[in-house]
Design a protein around this ligand. Structure first.
Ligand code: FE2
Length: 211
């Protein structure tokens, strides 16, 4: 298992693809023009903006094949096996100015995720300081540090057990990222539980797909 920062090949140009979906040239400026539904002061709405709707609507046609290829390309070497399942549709995050993107510091196991899942966190904009995710170094230690990354990099971490979360973004730049989980098939269990956000069954054929 290789935790930490990895680079992925530049042919996976998710920045351009998502720029196209949002009809923008600068994802880091997203929301600064007061786009509809992004001006809401309620931070808890950050996971269901109109950009999320655009992203998930466009995913099957514009992103899915590149996404699946990326996972096939990088996950087996990082995890140490190609007998994997992975999150069929990655989760989009948009961390706008003054917002928190995800509402509280948490471990993914508090949200129906299972032991053995490996978190992949992939920014589409520069991610640093208060616009990035903060992760503790050891379960329970609470020594949160920012994950400073650039597009083209992916951060692999134990989000099931390590607490992580966001701070109000005061960097002046919006962070856009997506994240997904991979799980060795020999650790996969169908608990009959559902994902908290999308309400999908945490099972192969719904939340997970076999690599
Ligand atoms: Fe999480």
């Amino acid at each position: 298992m290789h935790w930490g920062v990895h680079a992925y090949p530049s042919r996976y140009d998710f920045v351009s693809l998502v720029n196209r979906i949002f009809d923008t040239e600068d994802l880091a400026a997203l929301g600064s023009d007061g786009a509809p539904s992004e001006t809401s002061p309620r931070p808890y709405s950050d996971q269901s903006t109109s950009y999320h709707q655009m992203f998930y609507r466009a995913f099957p046609k514009l992103l899915e094949s590149a996404y699946r290829e990326l996972v096939r390309d990088i996950a087996p070497a990082i995890i140490g096996t190609d007998r994997l399942c992975y999150q069929a549709v990655p989760t989009l995050r948009i961390h706008m100015l003054g917002h928190v993107a995800v509402s509280e510091f948490h471990r993914d196991k508090d949200y129906n995720h299972q032991v053995g899942e490996v978190n992949f966190w992939l920014p589409l904009t520069p991610a640093w300081d208060t616009n990035t995710v903060w992760v503790e170094s050891v379960p329970g230690r609470g020594d949160y540090r920012p994950v400073n990354l650039s597009p083209g990099q992916v951060y692999v971490f134990d989000g099931v057990n390590l607490r992580h979360g966001n701070k109000p973004n005061t960097t002046g730049a919006t962070r856009v990222s997506f994240d997904f989980r991979c799980l060795p098939l020999d650790q996969y269990v169908d608990h009959g539980l559902r994902s908290v956000n999308a309400g999908r069954r945490m099972a192969i054929g719904d939340y997970f797909a076999v690599l």
